[in-house]
Design a protein around this ligand. Structure first.
Ligand code: SF4
Length: 431
């Protein structure tokens, strides 16, 4: 690579951005570029931004401004900005923050490498430099989204749904397994849409079964499933394939029919509940994660009450709440932002309080039970791990006291749960 500066990549936003940064890092390495984790040690900083909602956009802008000020102090030679915020607002950013050397959109590896005086090794794009512990890795199975959700700007930044060819995903997974990956976390905007563009039908089950045939992979976890067209064969695949965690992340956003309609989610309250019952009835010990939005423009007090009752009734294992963020160029933009931020946050906190009690009860029900746990790290007096019920970075954890048990990070262990709180489980090695 022509440029001799050390390069540091700052990744903001979601796990899909993490995968993009890992690909770019590997390409820089393949071009004999020098990578450093600490931006203070670098000559060039590449910021992989997020442009999803207001808070994420502000964080990206703050990081860009900080890098630009380091450059003005002569502590950096070049600042490169890429990713969703740049994809969405490139013209504005070029005008408002001209001190950035170059702006790139999403997945523009070739452009960035050219800027660094390197070249894209296209046939090695499936390889990545993992930033997570090697034993657990994300696999991005498609890019973009065809859903018209009224509040969401992701299709503006990531384009239409595009499945990655199965052969590419299988070779990427073989690569990850050869690097020690045991847990594969499948991500996309909508994982259930996999194959619709390349096979003319949803082939997520075939993909899951094929991935589970790769040596070394022991757990496969499905994130970002969409409720409206959840393939029936996917239910059976999760229930029957021992390597696929009985875990589904399915963002539902709301339960009131008038809100779901305005959100253009393409699903009703009844259909949502029908799907959840089906999943629970047909997949033993299923763990369901969901995310909800409070403060959507047409959400009435009654709609919010219905949402609270829904959370109380279905007792989700894992739940997150976002407050509505008004986003230009989305179809909900014309609705404005009538619900005060204070009310949005109050509603979010009310749901999280309800969920805290539910989570405490669900965790308490695991006392005395055995679980298979993957150890992620050591923290203080504990080994920190996760069971099939916990996705990395977003869910709960299993804490095992460090006594004389020589547990290894990245390995699976059978444990017995001996205590719990609203979020975590405490366990000891079985036997
Ligand atoms: S499914 Fe809806 S919320 Fe999710 S990325 Fe697509 S448009 Fe956005």
């Amino acid at each position: 690579m022509k440029c001799k500066d050390k390069v540091s990549i700052i990744t903001l936003g979601c796990s899909k951005n993490t995968v993009d940064s890992e690909r770019l890092m590997n390409q820089i390495k393949l071009n004999n570029g020098k990578l450093v984790d600490d931006p203070d040690q670098a000559g060039i900083v590449i910021i992989n931004t997020c442009g999803f909602i207001e808070a994420a956009k502000q964080e990206s802008i703050d990081v860009i401004l900080n890098a630009v000020s380091l450059k003005k102090q002569g502590k950096l030679n070049k600042v490169i900005v890429a990713g969703c915020l740049s994809e969405r607002y490139m013209k504005d950013l070029e005008l408002e923050i001209p001190d950035v050397d170059r702006y790139f959109g999403t997945e523009d590896y070739e452009g960035i490498l050219d800027e660094l005086g390197g070249e894209l090794k296209y046939n090695l794009l499936g390889e990545r430099l993992l930033t997570s512990p090697a034993h657990s890795a994300y696999l991005k199975i498609s890019e973009g989204c065809d859903h018209p959700c009224s509040f969401c700007a992701i299709p503006i930044m990531r384009g239409k749904h595009k499945s990655k060819p199965m052969e590419d995903l299988l070779s990427e997974t073989r690569f990850l397994a050869s690097r020690g990956t045991k847990e594969l976390v499948l991500i996309a905007q909508d994982t259930t849409d996999y194959g619709i563009d390349i096979a003319g039908k949803r082939t997520i089950s075939n993909l899951l079964n094929s991935l589970s045939g790769i040596d070394g992979i022991e757990w496969i976890r499905l994130m970002y499933a969409y409720p409206s067209k959840f393939p029936d064969d996917l239910v059976d695949t999760i229930a029957s394939n021992p390597k696929i965690c009985n875990y589904v992340d399915i963002p539902l956003q709301h339960i009131s029919d008038s809100v779901l309609k305005s959100m253009r989610r393409g699903v009703t309250s009844d259909k949502t509940k029908e799907l959840l019952y089906k999943l629970r009835n047909r997949i033993p010990g299923l763990t369901i994660r969901t995310t909800l939005i409070t403060g959507y423009p047409n959400e009435t007090e009654k709609d919010f009450e219905d949402l609270c009752n829904f959370v109380k009734e279905f007792k989700f294992d894992r739940l997150g709440v976002f407050t509505f963020s008004v986003e230009e160029n989305t179809s909900s933009y014309i609705l404005g932002d009538p619900i005060p931020e204070k009310v949005k946050v109050e509603r979010k906190n009310i749901i999280m309080e309800i969920q805290k009690d539910i989570s405490a009860q669900i965790n308490n029900d695991f006392l005395g039970k055995s679980l298979k746990v993957l150890i992620d790290r050591i923290e203080g007096e504990y080994y920190i791990g996760r069971s099939y019920r916990d996705a990395p970075e977003v869910d709960c954890e299993v804490l095992i006291p460090i006594i004389d048990n020589h547990i290894k990070v990245g390995e699976f262990y059978s444990v017995e749960v001996c205590d719990s709180n609203e979020y975590d489980l405490f366990a000891k090695l079985s036997g």
